[in-house]
Design a protein around this ligand. Sequence first.
Ligand code: ATP
Ligand code: MG
Length: 380
Amino acid sequence: MRQVLLVRYGEVHLKGQNRPYFLRRLTENVKNAVAPLGAEAWLSDSRIYVAGMADMDEAVRRVTRVFGLHSVSPAWELDKDYKEISAKCVELAKDLKGTFKVNARRSDKRFPMNSQELNAELGGDILESNPGLRVDVHKPDHYISVEIRDRAYVYTGEIMAAGGLPLGTGGRAMLLLSGGIDSPVAGYQMMRRGVSVNAVHFFSFPYTSERAKEKVLELARIVGEYGAGMKVYVVPFTDIQLQIHEKCPDEMGTLIMRRYMMRIANIIARKDNAKALVTGESLGQVASQTIEALGCTDAVAELPVLRPLISFDKQEIIDIAERIGTYETSSLPYEDCCTVFTPRHPMTKPRVDVVARAEEALDTDALVRAAVEGTEEILM
Ligand code: ATP
Ligand code: MG
């Protein structure tokens, strides 16, 4: 008798003809997640199984982070023998109090008892051994679940997993990663929909410090843990910011800066084979995130710009940041390139032709080329 993880998957059900591909990818991702623990994973009979790990908690922690999974149950794997199944149910119910329900499921129709009979018999055995318990089939305090498949599985708990779609099934995108709270969450949300994400960071040394860069790399490391790591392209941005500051109207400063970020991110994304850009923008959060301002930024982005947080309130973003482990690092007080050159009265309803005209004071091609050439790649 050994303990295994019984893993349920989510939306992959919906994928029609692509289903085998999604499932293969998902199973691979689970395998990779548990391989460092010496565990193996396999797909069988619409479940993924994980076995062979010494550290159950760590296996659960790793598996619940794999995108595309619905939930996980640590289960006992038994022979398909009623006595053995009943003994395990009784043992698991030994210390329970309140109400319970047996939830049996017979996938192997050759097993001599059907689900109803199993529910009734096992319920009886449990009541006999633990008279303090009562049955409640509607809202029980505890479920004791039994699944009869190629083997028999008995478990009491179900731990929710990350949901979403298997990483790698949604193509690749390039995240504009700042040191703030929003952009790491935006990257996570895209990965959760199956997209592989690398990042570009605009770095304005010495206006932003080496420590600010370390902070961004640490955020990339944390978010990258949900996938297979993250590559960060660090772009030297000081020259561009100084020139904007010097030659463009102050109230358009942030917007023009964001247009340069888009242009450069576009070029790096194409080199990285990414098919979209991702930002942490949320509608109305700041002046550069009004609909008009987003329109001005999009006007220079050739690739689609995905903004997974567009409708989120700040508190909702913070809640996710806390859950995925980026909040603390994001909250470290290092300056960001946006804050150093922030205009006092930014435009909130910019017109794209007006902004484009203001940019004519700059040698855009040369500035963009120099920034791309100076870009450093760091694998986290
Ligand atoms: P927060 O809003 O929590 O301070 P943020 O990362 O959202 O952090 P904003 O000033 O709101 O910062 O910027 C909007 C978006 O622009 C970010 O979500 C990010 O995608 C992108 N961005 C801003 N600054 C940078 C930067 N230095 N490098 C890369 N992307 C950036
Ligand atoms: Mg923001």
